[in-house]
Design a protein around this ligand. Structure first.
Ligand code: PMP
Length: 357
């Protein structure tokens, strides 16, 4: 029988190959490849999950009012400008579904998060990659890539996989210089790791063309429940709610996220531990001749001398029960991205990289 072809663009999407959590024949494996919180979610979030067992026969809230209110209170935001999704992946997807399509272009930076390209192609749009020359420091290459077909510009700040940040003044210059039909999306998946950084929320409030996305998968330790959110001008929220399924988030996910965002003591403890261990790990790796980019997030980008050396180290770490992330797909073939785990994991990584060298 003849195969029925999907619409143009779909077969350009590569199947996801990350996410592995085991190594055959190796025990005591630690996964440091997905930037998860090594301590798990707050005890309050775990308790909230248990409570929802009694209401699983009911459909969940459709307007996510309680979670949006909790996020608004804890971050000092307007609940009416918040939209919740199944991970920030889904918010990115909503943006592409609503604003991209055939004949439109969506810009992301060269080492930008894979979902921007996937969602753009799924919507029928054309992804446009702007070369970063290793690190984004100024936004001129992005502004130069814009034209009358550009609908969205995605920037992760802090960036994945480099961990680096663009200053807010530069981001403002970008928002100011975009063509009128284009939205700037600031992806703040790692914003919670940067003390005092609002992820771009104030900019969203000041402008009509800026959207911020956030997640519960990183600092809040809820990657398994899939909760993310967006903060946007009201006209954008109104559009995104039209492509959102009415019951997109489960009652368990909603309850856990609400408890997690209210547990500020736990958030601060996780952030402080990450800051301390990230500095320690970066220094230890540098001492072994593997320099890391200055990271502001919960991972470090370790730069090896060559692709071969990075691959050999990755293979060695696996034999030692350590799963890290190759980022060749991000066009950084000589690098490994390593999540900042708990203290024991960081020591294991440093020791094993030392043994490898
Ligand atoms: N943006 C960036 C930059 C990320 O690294 C990730 C997760 N790897 C996400 C968004 C998506 O996170 P989630 O869908 O789990 O909220």
């Amino acid at each position: 029988m003849a195969q029925i072809e999907p619409k143009p663009g779909i077969m350009e999407i590569a199947l996801y190959e990350g996410g592995k959590a085991t190594v055959e024949g190796v025990s005591n494996v630690v996964k440091l490849s997905s930037n998860e919180n090594p301590y798990g979610p707050s005890p309050a979030a775990q308790e909230a999950v248990r409570r929802t067992v009694h209401e699983l026969h009911r459909y969940p809230s459709t307007d996510h009012a309680a979670l949006r209110q909790a996020i608004a209170e804890m971050h000092g935001l307007d609940a009416a400008r918040i939209i919740c999704g199944v991970g920030s992946d889904e918010v990115i997807h909503f943006l592409c579904q609503a604003y991209a399509g055939p004949g439109t272009e969506v810009i992301h930076t060269e080492h930008g998060f894979a979902m921007y390209r996937i969602s753009t192609l799924a919507a029928g749009g054309t992804p446009v990659e702007v070369p970063e020359r290793e690190r984004v420091t100024d936004v001129d290459p992005i502004l130069n890539a814009c034209n009358e077909n550009t609908r969205l510009v995605f920037i992760a700040n802090p960036n994945n996989p480099t961990g680096t940040m663009i200053g807010l003044a530069e981001i403002e210059r970008l928002a100011e210089g975009l063509p009128p039909q284009c939205l700037l999306v600031l992806d703040g998946a790692y914003a919670e790791y940067v003390e005092g950084y609002d992820g771009g929320a104030r900019l969203v409030e000041m402008r009509d063309n800026v959207v911020m996305t956030r997640t519960f998968s990183k600092l809040y330790g809820l990657g398994g429940l899939r909760v993310g959110w967006g903060y946007a001008p009201k006209h954008v929220i109104d559009v995104l709610n039209r492509v959102r399924g009415p019951f997109n988030l489960s009652s368990t996910a909603l309850a856990a996220a609400e408890a997690a965002v209210r547990d500020t003591a736990y958030v601060e403890k996780c952030r402080d531990d990450n800051t301390r261990l990230r500095a320690w790990l970066s220094e230890a790796l540098a001492e072994h001749g593997v320099p890391c980019d200055t990271s502001t997030a919960n991972f470090v980008l370790a730069r090896f001398g060559s692709r071969e050396e990075a691959e050999a180290c990755d293979a060695y770490l696996q034999t030692q029960g350590l799963i890290v992330r190759r980022v060749a797909g991000y066009n950084l073939p000589n690098c490994l991205r390593i999540t900042v785990g708990d203290e024991a994991s960081c020591r294991r990584v440093a020791y094993c990289v030392g043994q490898f060298k």
